[in-house]
Ligand binder design. Sequence first.
Ligand SMILES: [Zn+2]
Length: 283
Amino acid sequence: MSGREDGKGNRGWNGGRLFPMGSLLAALLCLAVSCGAGAAAPVRDVATRFAKERPSAWGMDLPGVLHRASVEDRVVALTFDACGGARRGHDDYDRRLIAFLESERIPATLFLNLRWIRAHPETARALAGNPLFEIGSHGAKHRPLSVSSRRAYGIRGTASAAEAVEEVEAGIGPIMAMTGRRPLFFRSGTAHYDDVALRILDALGCRAAGFSVNGDEGGTLPAGVVRRRLLSVRPGDIVLCHMNRPASGTAEGVRQAVPELLRRGFRFVTLEELLSLERGRSP
Ligand SMILES: [Zn+2]
């Protein structure tokens, strides 16, 4: 997500650096969805099934998007997007932020875009191998997930069911290669969806991850504002921040807010654990 991003920089779609396009397409055609919400339909069938559906709703708050959880415990889920892209700063990496989370043992869910993974392959592998972090997908080309080219913040959404499927699956592929499992959560570029795209996502076995607290407005806020936003959380909230803007106030704001939240009795959880707590069972 980011409210202040553009959709440019899509050059080299897949580019062949991690996954040659031919083999990726072959993998997509063969792949049967086997995790997540229990859906089990071959990917090509999902695109076909939704090819003629027309959307009737659009936005960040549609039913089916996970914004927060109803929990009794004082838990909060920190999520960090790594957007990627050619525009300066979008494929950068906030080492200080991640180092803080690691040193304080703060779990978080990291949403990695395919372009960011390509720009930071070794870092992405290290993060994926760290049990502190859950890895979600932030898509392939950082598009709003649409079947009719709907735009958000000037970024054109995917144009069809097939494009939406491709945006999801091409982003998920390298994450599966790193983690050995399909990510449970997907957050589109800009976090916008139409209702058909959400049903596609569900059929592909992924849950759309929204947020209830916008922690850093696309990595554009000073530390003091980030701190205040984080300190506004209630149990069950999902905080959205960014890990690709090291020049922003995000790392410092998080560093200031986390100890105070711990003093208030909050515990930090991944989205998977947050959902497990909502369901009233241990992960
Ligand atoms: Zn983003």
